[in-house]
Design a protein around this ligand. Structure first.
Ligand code: PMP
Length: 412
């Protein structure tokens, strides 16, 4: 039976909120609507109780203590709080002066890490921007080579959102702890999909988000280590002193309840779901790679999340490819920046050429992806690629064995 259309294969962008999560949230809009900071009546106590339950659920998912969870509006805010908060707290010189301290990050991090680091650069911090290898990975050795006497913070994502590639965070964390440097990891794509234990994984600060794990939008969390060592942060939002003074503002109780429920479901179902998605992704990749030439999977092939694939199709034009697979919601290797189509900076960081970056797709499977959907998507993509190649004179030349890169084009 053909699947119902359109097909959602963009789960790395956001996920459908699990109906069980919606169910858990509903009472907190109209029945238990107190302010969780209201200490003198039962409406407040009930809300606070719900927030604490969710705190425990989020903490359990990552092997933390409940007091180490700070609620935020999402991973963007968690990253900002972690990076700016730690840098400003551990700065070696006052604001306005140079030489405030050294930070290590990478050029293909999410913008929610890159932009806070750029701001800190303007504030007098020194930032080392590591470049990944062709496989997209940042290794312990790369961090070790970049560490300096004045390094105060390392911020490296656990899994890349465009590629799904996995960095060796536990090894990087061990190194940071040996050197007394704070480690933050943007684990937005990792948490809820892969087992996490902030203790044994040697992490000080970890960002994650509700809407990537089948919870609601607009709620996220930051793990802040309390012991060995205790990490302190300068707050970005001042006010009523909520969340141990690190993030003031009345809590989004319904959202937090939803994120807690989403975390509990991930804890229970992650292993089986990961295996199922791995099988589906393998089926999808095999059917594309085995049936066509000039198809390349980007990023390290082994060290990847089970549900994401990033594939380039040579000799097709990216926009036309996207038009040809209108029933499949996925992301392209291009980003629209101010009216111009830019190739993905992540793919560029791996050395993927502009042409190939433009003709890349990121397909990310999720909790409701079926085998029928995978097979249908594969067929659609193959048909679209073959159709476009049939019209491509360059592909004809390639088939005749001519190396396109050696052709000298006449510029009349
Ligand atoms: N970091 C990564 C790696 C992400 O994939 C995303 C979401 N695209 C974010 C941060 C931002 O998360 P949020 O939407 O919760 O602010």
């Amino acid at each position: 039976m053909p699947p119902s259309l359109p097909i959602y294969m963009d789960n790395a962008s956001t996920t459908r909120t699990d109906p069980r999560v919606v169910e858990a949230m509903l009472p907190y809009f109209s029945e238990i609507y107190g302010n969780s900071a209201s200490r003198n009546h039962c409406f407040g106590w009930d809300a606070e109780h719900a927030v604490n339950t969710a705190r425990r659920q989020a903490a359990d998912l990552i092997g933390a203590g409940p007091k180490e969870i700070i609620w935020t509006s999402g991973a963007t805010e968690s990253n900002n709080l972690a990076i700016k908060g730690a840098a400003r707290m551990y700065a070696k010189a006052p604001a306005g002066e140079s030489g405030r301290g050294h930070i290590i990050t990478a050029i293909h991090e999410h913008k929610a890490v890159i932009d806070p680091c750029k701001r800190l650069e303007r504030e007098g911090f020194d930032v080392t921007w590591l470049e990944p290898g062709e496989d997209g990975l940042i290794t312990r050795a790369m961090i070790e080579a970049a560490l300096r006497e004045d390094t105060i913070l390392v911020t490296i994502m656990w899994a890349n959102n465009e590629l799904g590639t996995i960095n060796e965070i536990p090894a990087i964390g061990a190194l940071c702890h040996e050197r007394g440097v704070v480690l933050h990891t943007d684990a937005t794509q990792w948490v809820g999909k892969m087992p996490t234990n902030v203790e044994t994984d040697n992490i000080d600060l970890l960002s994650f988000s509700g809407h990537k794990i089948y919870g609601p939008n607009g709620v996220g969390a930051l793990y802040v280590r309390r012991r060995r060592p205790r990490i302190r942060l300068e707050a970005m939002i001042d006010g009523g002193g909520h969340e141990r003074g690190m993030r003031s503002g009345t809590l989004n109780v319904a959202g937090i309840v939803g994120m807690g429920a989403a975390c509990a479901l991930c804890s229970a179902e992650m292993d089986a779901e990961g295996e199922r998605l791995f099988q589906l992704r393998t089926r999808l990749e095999r059917s594309l790679v085995d049936s066509m030439d000039v198809v390349q999977i980007n990023g390290n092939i082994e060290k990847r999340l089970p549900h994401i694939t990033n594939i380039s199709f040579g000799f097709v034009e990216g926009e036309s490819l996207m038009m040809g697979i209108k029933d499949i919601a996925c992301s392209s290797g291009s980003a629209c920046t101010s009216a111009s189509l830019e190739p993905s900076y992540v793919l560029k960081a791996l050395g993927v050429g502009d042409e190939l970056a433009h003709s890349s797709l990121r397909l990310s499977l999720g909790r409701w992806t079926t085998q029928e959907e995978v097979d249908y998507a594969s067929l659609q993509i193959r048909e679209a690629v073959e159709h476009l190649r049939a019209m491509s004179p360059l592909y004809d030349l390639h088939n005749e064995g001519i190396d396109i890169s050696t052709i000298e084009w006449d510029a009349h």
